[in-house]
Write a protein that binds this ligand. Sequence first.
Ligand SMILES: Nc1ncnc2c1[nH]c(=O)n2[C@H]1C[C@H](O)[C@@H](COP(=O)(O)OP(=O)(O)OP(=O)(O)O)O1
Length: 172
Amino acid sequence: MTTALFDSVSSIDWSNWKAKDIATLMFIIKDGKILLIRKKRGLGAGKINGPGGKLDPGETPEQCAVREVQEELLVTPENISYHGISLFQFTDGYSIHVYIFSATDFKGTPTETDEAIPLWFELDRIPYQEMWEDDGIWLPLVLKGQRFHGKYIFDGDSMVDHELVNLGPLKK
Ligand SMILES: Nc1ncnc2c1[nH]c(=O)n2[C@H]1C[C@H](O)[C@@H](COP(=O)(O)OP(=O)(O)OP(=O)(O)O)O1
């Protein structure tokens, strides 16, 4: 019998926790719609999510978030805000630290690439059932212009525990 090392948020010493990967997500929200992607490869392939991906060496999180949208959808986000972080610990030992951004404008035309299919949704029709389980917890805070800090335990695709702290409105 094996014992899960990570079965709840409280079972982890977060002050000494260090993720295997660091990544970003960027949500472009314009004219009452949000630009999401159907992810074609990488972690979460097949799901709907915001565009994003892992940090390259020497990059800041914001630089990564912009580059990933350029690579995945051939557009450049503009007027960017930083919302906070989501820390994901998987029961198999994998972990990822994700910085979350939004933008109210962009340059270019969202275009399908090898990595992603662009999809626009009305803000009250976000397809949470096709997204990571945690997205329904914190994406509403992005839409409301809030900052937050979240911790999540996943067993494969299933969220087994979470803790979300709302840090209030975006800094001006
Ligand atoms: N649970 C959850 N909810 C919402 N979003 C995510 C998760 N887990 C995640 O990993 N993510 C996001 C964070 C990143 O944007 C991607 C994962 O990065 P990935 O696409 O694998 O990174 P790339 O650098 O684009 O991929 P490769 O080049 O390594 O293929 O998912």
